[in-house]
Design a binder for this molecule. Structure first.
Ligand code: MN
Length: 129
């Protein structure tokens, strides 16, 4: 798997650090944002190959950030994986219907992170569709 730029939008420091360390170890470059606003701005500037997006964020939440990213031609092609609390697992279909490209439940499972990232980067995620 080639080195890719991956954006993590997550306000929980522990989760962010965990995902960050795992993916950096794989050779990826990680961009971090703590708010939806910062995540959208970083995605526009840096054009990551993949975005991992927490749903519950201070200010603009993951739903709003997704909407903005998918409405903008410069970021529409970037796959966005929702990170949601375990209790929200039943919302999987709703999240996918909303436009998220994938879904991961918390607590963070390192093997799942690696598997999901590999899958989405493997699908030519860098090419706009
Ligand atoms: Mn959160």
């Amino acid at each position: 798997m080639p080195d890719a730029r991956i954006l993590i939008v997550e306000d929980n420091l522990r989760n962010r650090k965990l995902i960050c360390e795992v993916l950096q170890f794989q050779g990826h470059t990680i961009l971090e944002a703590e708010t939806g606003e910062a995540g959208v701005a970083l995605a526009r500037e840096q054009q990551p190959a993949l975005i991992l997006m927490d749903i519950r964020l201070p200010g603009m939440d993951g739903h709003e950030a997704l909407k903005l990213l998918k409405a903008n031609a410069s970021t529409r092609h970037i796959p966005i994986i929702a990170l949601t609390a375990f209790a929200m697992q039943g919302d999987r279909e709703r999240l996918l219907g909303e436009g998220f490209d994938g879904y991961m439940a918390k607590p963070i499972d390192i093997d799942e992170v690696l598997e999901v990232v590999e899958r989405y980067l493997g699908e030519g995620a860098n090419e706009p569709s």
